[in-house]
Design a protein around this ligand. Sequence first.
Ligand SMILES: Cc1cc2nc3c(=O)[nH]c(=O)nc-3n(C[C@H](O)[C@H](O)[C@H](O)COP(=O)(O)O)c2cc1C
Length: 296
Amino acid sequence: MASASTAGETGTAESSIRLLIVLGSPRGRAGNTAELAQLIEAGMKACAVVESDYLFLNEIPLPDCADRSLCVSHGIASCPQREIVEPLLARLQRAHVIVLASPVYCDSTTALMKRFIEHLVSLVHRPCLHEKHGFILSTCGGRAGLNVHLMREAARCWGVHVLGGIDVKMAAYASSPGYRNRITRALSGAGRDLFAACRARVRPAPTLGELVWFQFWRAVVKFERRELPSLDYQHWSENGWLDQPFYRSGRVSALKLLLARIIVLSRLVRAAVEIHGWSFLLGGRARNTAAASKRG
Ligand SMILES: Cc1cc2nc3c(=O)[nH]c(=O)nc-3n(C[C@H](O)[C@H](O)[C@H](O)COP(=O)(O)O)c2cc1C
């Protein structure tokens, strides 16, 4: 498992696919998760020339995020820890395929993986990995918890097209040959699917969840614009997303889009009611504000 290697006997005539596997296990190279991630890599390498890059989070200094949200408000270049964050982002941007892999620790991702995700919070506001395909790998003793869900949501927020995720129960993997075979097939199958996704000319239509996420942020960014022109607005506008139903133009079912907009609207209304109370819906906020300013 080199940190960056090129291989593949049956590669296509096209250029190689760059695979980045982010490993969140404190056991790093020696862990179960790294061992299983190699099955995805092998599945891809059976189809194409693959340049693989393993990012072992336990091998790099990864302090806690220093908080002040400067990356969100002013861009990553303003982050006090940019020397750490910028190279990480560069590795993600260089890849065609991103695999997030972490063991389950207390029903969740490891602190290492969580910290990695936290350092990329500005990508939630300004997704820049929307050309990438991804997959989620989780290993656990026997209780998966939220691990796959958390990593999948993070990747989806960054814009990654996540093909799927799998949680491997290591106790069963060690003791049941049938389970072990199924997992082995599923992981190398994921590798083949990732290869096929990279080579496909047309990206698949967005899922309802992806549409809801995109539409939600589009609404937030348009709303923010009323306050002041933000980096978010600039990013979304430069990408032409403010008038699009999704990152990439193309097939979007009208029914799915309608459903997504209804869900987003209901979430925004729910948030507004939570903050301002039900009177908000009846124009009470405007009346209250006017009364307050009169009193003031
Ligand atoms: C601190 C800690 C917490 C863990 N929490 C869970 C858990 O909540 N559920 C579970 O099924 N396994 C849990 N495990 C087991 C690991 O998820 C499992 O052994 C995993 O395959 C380890 O992967 P690694 O060798 O790549 O580090 C935990 C292990 C450790 C060390």
